[in-house]
Design a protein around this ligand. Structure first.
Ligand code: IPD
Ligand code: CA
Ligand code: CA
Ligand code: CA
Length: 273
């Protein structure tokens, strides 16, 4: 079994475990603030994925949101970047609309991405250079859209923040419509699927975007931060993902005028870059 096949198989297994245990009472804790939740299921799922990877590939390294991986500071060899439950708030409140996300890199280069929409049993996956799939259906290349006929996804938190409101409100106003799904991994998957045209957010961690980055780029999406710079699997960043035409329109016409403010925000937010 290839590493790619193995990644898909453990995502499916982990999802099955979540579905089976959904009726059990959750133990919910808070992390950085009262709305930043983690459950025993996030932790158990990450522990399961990490133990499977360690057993099969003891020399591979792992970054995981809940800390079961290692403290990784370089991209040598195989690197797995995993989010056991992306969309924990949806998981807690809705028991749906969450995903398992896995991105795998080899010497810093994209190798494969897997996003498993657990409750809908939809597996988005891609091996770099070989196209992206939803289950066994290959996804077509994205077509360019204009903002005026696009649906974009944006977290209302950024839209209402004093510091970012004037940057983002014109985008929402000019778009055909906007959505907020509460799972960054699913946002990437939906851009890859072409059901939304762009996902724009100001702060994601590597486990939020690594799987999605690899899948979305396989259908021709452009993935960058909001300054147009490349993402890397070791650092948090802002996100602008869209089909090429829309990515350029958003970067040039909407975010470009705020470049100096965005640079400042990046320096403050991601000072460890
Ligand atoms: C969160 C989700 C959410 C995004 C947050 C992430 P988590 O991940 O992806 O959509 O807006 O920035 O932290 O904590 O549920 O894995
Ligand atoms: Ca979290
Ligand atoms: Ca996440
Ligand atoms: Ca998570």
């Amino acid at each position: 079994m290839s590493i790619y096949q193995f990644a898909k198989s453990i995502a499916l297994l982990a999802g099955q475990r979540i579905r089976e245990e959904l009726s059990q009472e959750l133990i919910i804790e808070t992390k950085s603030n009262p709305n930043d939740l983690v459950t025993n299921m996030d932790k158990a799922t990450e522990a399961f994925l990490v133990s499977q990877i360690n057993e099969q590939y003891p020399d591979h390294r792992i970054i995981g949101e809940e800390g079961h991986g290692q403290d990784v500071t370089d991209t040598e060899g195989y690197l797995w970047v995993i989010d056991p439950i992306d969309g924990t708030l949806n998981f807690v409140h809705q028991q749906q609309n969450f995903a398992i996300s896995i991105g795998i890199f080899y010497n810093g280069e994209k190798y494969a991405g897997v996003i498993y929409d657990v409750m809908n049993d939809k597996l988005y996956h891609a091996e770099a250079g070989h196209g992206a799939y939803l289950n066994d259906q290959q996804l077509p290349a994205l077509k360019d859209t204009k903002l005026v006929t696009s649906i974009i996804s944006m977290n209302p938190n950024w839209l209402t923040k004093e510091r970012t409101r004037d940057m983002y409100v014109p985008i929402v106003q000019a778009a055909r419509s906007s959505r907020s799904y509460g799972s960054a991994a699913l946002d990437f998957a939906y851009v890859a699927l072409g059901i939304i045209d762009s996902y724009i957010t100001l702060r994601l961690h590597p486990w939020d975007f690594s799987g999605g980055l690899i899948i979305a780029e396989e259908v021709g999406a452009v993935v960058s931060n909001q300054l147009g710079e490349k993402l890397d699997p070791l650092h948090s960043n802002s996100i602008l993902v869209a089909n090429p035409g829309l990515h350029q329109e958003l970067l040039n016409d909407y975010l470009g005028p705020y470049r100096s403010r965005l640079s400042e925000i990046h320096q403050g937010q991601f000072s460890n870059r």
